[in-house]
Design a protein around this ligand. Structure first.
Ligand SMILES: CC(=O)[C@@H](O)[C@H](O)COP(=O)(O)O
Ligand SMILES: NCC(=O)COP(=O)(O)O
Length: 245
């Protein structure tokens, strides 16, 4: 029997719609409450420096209403670390995004940035927050993630999603998928827990979970919010959860 994987709903795209009109519709605080009421095991936000979706103020306002697990993602600038250590989410996911990037497009080079990551992780740990590191499917980066002090890695599933979309029955890029499995295996071997995220959707999630059943959590935003346009938020969350149980 596979362990259940938690679903953290990323609400960036809800904030993007709100910001497009300058008012408070949709109200992301209400949406976060409703996601949890509909079964989400957590809420993820990725405040970006230009505040194009999640704003710094949102992060503070979300804290008291997120009673499941709050996950804040981002590049660890001093401002980001101050925000995270003040808000105290259950989890912080460190992502190596340059400021203007369209969306996250790579994981950390944990070997090159090991000492930087160690300092940052120490600071975030001191506030009692679990730290996850966004990682490419690169087994040789796992040990350095552990040495930097991470608790978890989040497998960057963007390349997996592209490979899956290009084939009819699963990713078929065995080299790539083996790299995911090997990265996951090594992480578990050295005592790191596993998350995954980016471009996961109703089509590609089942295969990923089937082959990497030890996943603790997936964070899903873009596709889930798009699906909610057709199926409604409650149905959509339940559809994703069924693929994870
Ligand atoms: C860290 C990650 O994988 C991203 O998926 C991210 O959280 C999404 O950010 P945007 O919503 O800004 O594209
Ligand atoms: N960490 C990944 C995430 O939060 C959501 O990514 P996406 O589903 O919006 O691509």
């Amino acid at each position: 029997m596979n362990p259940t994987t938690k679903l953290s709903v990323n609400i960036n795209k809800v904030a993007l719609i709100r910001n497009s009109r300058g008012e408070n519709l949709p109200d992301i605080i209400q949406v976060a409450k409703d996601c949890q009421r509909f079964g989400a095991d957590g809420i993820t936000v990725h405040p970006r420096p230009d505040e194009r979706h999640i704003r710094i103020r949102d992060v503070y306002e979300l804290r008291p209403v997120v009673h499941t697990e709050f996950n804040i993602e981002g590049y660890p600038t001093t401002a980001f670390i101050d925000l995270v250590t003040e808000v105290k989410p259950e989890q912080c996911t460190l992502v190596p995004d340059p400021p203007g990037v369209l969306t996250s497009n790579t994981g950390w080079d944990t070997v090159k940035y090991q000492s930087f990551l160690r300092e940052v992780i120490q600071e975030i740990h001191a506030a009692g927050i679990r730290v996850s590191i966004f990682l490419n499917p690169e087994p040789d980066k796992v040990e350095a993630a552990r040495k930097a002090g991470a608790d978890r890695i989040e497998l960057f599933t963007g390349p997996y999603a592209k490979a899956y979309a290009a084939a009819a029955n699963g990713p078929q890029n065995f080299e790539l998928f083996n790299a995911y499995k090997e990265t996951a295996r090594r992480a578990l071997q050295v005592g790191l827990e596993l998350n995954a995220g980016h471009d996961l959707n109703l089509q590609n999630l089942k295969f990923f979970k089937l082959h990497i059943p030890e996943l603790k959590e997936v964070s899903i935003g873009h596709a889930l919010i798009c699906d909610a346009l057709y199926y409604g938020l409650e149905n959509t969350i339940q559809m994703y959860k069924r693929l994870l149980s």
